[in-house]
Design a protein around this ligand. Sequence first.
Ligand code: GLN
Length: 474
Amino acid sequence: MYNDYAALKKELYAGNVTCTEVVRYYLDNINKGKHLNAFLLVLETEALRQASEIDLKIRSGNAGKLAGMVIAVKDVLSLKGYKLTCGSKILQNFEALYTASAIQRLIDEDAVIIGKTNCDEFAMGSSNENSAYGNVLNPADNSCVPGGSSGGSAAAVAADMCMVSIGTDTGGSIRQPASFCGVVGLKPTYGRISRYGLTAFASSFDTIGPFARNVSDAALALEVMSGLDKNDSTSANKNKEDYISKIHEFSAGKIKVGIIADLDESGLQHEIKESMNKAVEQIKSSGAEIIPIELPNLKYSIQAYYILTTAEASSNLARYDGARYGTRSKDAKVLEDMYVNSRSEGFGMEVKRRIMLGTYVLSHGYYDAYYKKAQRLRRLIKNDFKKVYDKVDLILLPTTPTTAFKIGEKSNNPLAMYLNDIYTTAANLSGNPALSIPLGKDNNNLPIGLQIIGDDFNEAKVLGLGEFILKNTA
Ligand code: GLN
């Protein structure tokens, strides 16, 4: 196992291992873990071709910053010339026409893209059970879900099928599966990484971020993917930051950490709470100041999130009409039937539910009652966070109320499924960066996740505390 990129890089440059060998190692693990269904596409030939090129570059001393880092990419991100299914039947034969900016930046630094990972259809879900290509199994316990929607990406890192993977997070889809699978997952600040080439779910919430076995590898991938992109007007004009150095400079003694005093803990598993308390004690004894904070509108996050994101989704998914993208129904004789049949046959249950909910909340007569109110709530939640950052640097809370649940346990109960996002959606409503780190196991030996949220563009501090807790709390 290659534990972290810094160590691998040394070996690669010392000539003790080649990039080709590293790629073969991961291909072998992908093959051994086929039953997990984490990959929708494995780029064996292309990855080996890239690897041999990178080996030459390493020898001639002109390899990029991520030379030999093997990365898997969630199948909602475009990679030119390869299928982009978004976990949906409607796009089963769709081929990407260009490469997503974030992925191109990784490739430009000589990372090797090893494949596309399974996910919930159009990134809608918390269990990966909404994929048209079958569910993904949690490597920690195959009878459990890996979380979602980036379940394949989380499972791929957990099962050592790649060093880093890329996912997307609209309401928790990086942090929740990271927590369920026992890996690190980072949702950066909205705008930190260009969304160009990411298939839109809810455009004002969608973010791209890394999964890794440790904080430094996630930080490195973030650094490379970040920065302004002329193809995405919502990408932020911020300089790249050297997160690794900042993580090293981080000192727990200088920070103020907020604990949410009015957090809804009704469904919170007690081992998760204990694990978080342990981390709090640890950072406190290292000199951090722990401050109780209040986020009075946090309790409305789920409601606001599911109104706003379904509204955006209903509009974003209107493009899949059988005319331009993907599958067209064969039975239709008139135009309207073509639209209706293509969408009815192409979309799965959950996507249909969201399109209907979204269309409803945007419709005349209900717009003011739902959509507008939810927009106001989003502002209030953002303001709550802003106020809190006058007092603290970072906020600690659980990533999920429970550890990974059983496959099938919540699939017939959308509300129970949505409630799994109770602690993650707030950072998407506010746009703040948020990290999930693995922090011990529960009594069933399932991984527990702890979440760290920071103010906009404060990834360095978020990562710093994450690394500190991982290193110091057993
Ligand atoms: N589980 C959430 C949802 O179903 C989050 C999805 C996401 O972040 N892409 O909407």
